[in-house]
Design a protein. Structure first.
Ligand code: 4NP
Length: 165
């Protein structure tokens, strides 16, 4: 059975390079889910192939660490067709990522493609800005935005699991 048809949610966060935003989202979500007792699969990928096999950007690692989350072991990878079958949700950090995701979606793909900040009523349709060309403050701002959104995702998935139980 594909994960998409199972109760257990499997979330893949996707940005462009998979070294800044989506690794922070993966780490923040795993941490928040663990603290909430939510049983969920979490991973991340990039639409581009620039950083396959690379660790997250050192600024992303340092920012996550400052918030008590270790993302240093993550390894960059590119979104694959298989991801549309093995994940229930593919969550994009910005709208350009959504376009990149849809361009790779197989016709039979089951994963629901969403924009991360659509989970927040007051930020619907808004992108998480790419901090790659920014400074430490941009990474910190990025983390805070992502952390707020993943907290809301954890609430949403926890409700879904309770309703399914
Ligand atoms: P990310 O940031 O999509 O948040 O991982 C980027 C990382 C690298 C590049 C662009 C964005 N790059 O052009 O190499």
């Amino acid at each position: 059975m594909h994960a998409a048809t199972q109760t257990k949610p499997a979330v893949l966060f996707v940005c462009l390079g998979n070294i800044c935003r989506s690794p922070m989202a993966e780490g923040a979500m795993r941490d928040a889910a663990h603290k909430a007792g939510l049983d969920i699969i979490v991973a991340s990928a990039g639409t581009a192939n620039y950083h396959i096999g690379n660790a997250p950007d050192p600024r992303a690692i340092a920012t996550a660490r400052a918030h008590g989350v270790d993302i240093g072991d993550q390894i960059g990878r590119q979104l694959s067709e298989n991801d549309f079958y093995t994940f229930t949700h593919i969550i994009a950090l910005d709208k350009a990522n959504i376009a990149g995701i849809k361009a790779r979606a197989p016709r039979q793909g089951k994963a629901k493609v969403e924009l991360l900040l659509d989970v927040l009523d007051h930020r619907k349709g808004v992108a998480v800005p790419d901090p790659y060309y920014g400074d430490d403050a941009d990474f910190e701002k990025c983390w805070k935005t992502i952390a707020e959104a993943v907290d809301a995702l954890v609430v949403r998935f926890s409700r879904l699991q309770q309703n399914a139980a």
